[in-house]
Design a protein around this ligand. Structure first.
Ligand code: FES
Ligand code: FES
Length: 158
């Protein structure tokens, strides 16, 4: 089936079998390999992308269901050469170690800050509860998200 999506501002399409997941289409048909394949069953969150303003596990969504949608992946997070405040703050706080959870973690955090630019620690924990990290213990990730919100509210610089 032919699936047409707008991804990171660009119209893209791919002819894929009906059982193809959005994750597989992004990675294998559109070569957007920043979105990672972890568990493939909705448990780890590393495949998180934003579809029509909502963060989803792309391993659980059929590509066909995304037809006509606007999608943001990790490749679309930075604004051309300028890193998103989340990327700046993750780096500054050392919030990533192996980095495997990073793309999904960042997209879930973006979804949160787009809707709530001044989240509490509890709200950050809740928003990231579907994203597993084996390395960091989460504290630095949460600090980075809180700080990125402060940058977006122009309380501190990037
Ligand atoms: S790969 Fe989708 S939730 Fe793990
Ligand atoms: S940094 Fe390794 S899984 Fe999160």
């Amino acid at each position: 089936m032919l699936v047409k999506i707008k991804v990171n501002g660009e119209l893209r399409s791919a002819d894929v079998p009906p059982e193809t997941t959005l994750l597989k289409m992004l990675r294998e048909s559109l070569n957007l390999t920043g979105t990672k394949l972890g568990c493939d069953v909705g448990d780890c969150g590393t495949c998180t992308v934003i579809v029509d303003g909502v963060s989803v596990n792309s391993c659980l969504m059929l590509a066909g269901r995304a037809n006509g949608s606007e999608i943001t992946t990790i490749e679309g997070l930075a604004d051309s050469n300028t890193l998103h405040p989340l990327q700046e703050k993750f780096e500054e706080h050392g919030a990533l170690q192996c980095g495997f959870c990073g793309p999904g973690m960042l997209m879930s955090a973006k979804d949160l800050l787009d809707k709530n630019p001044d989240p509490s620690i509890h709200e950050v924990r809740d928003a990231l509860s579907g994203n597993l990290c084996r390395c960091t213990g989460y504290t630095k990730i949460i600090e980075a998200v809180i700080d990125a919100g402060r940058v977006m509210r122009k309380e501190i610089s990037a």
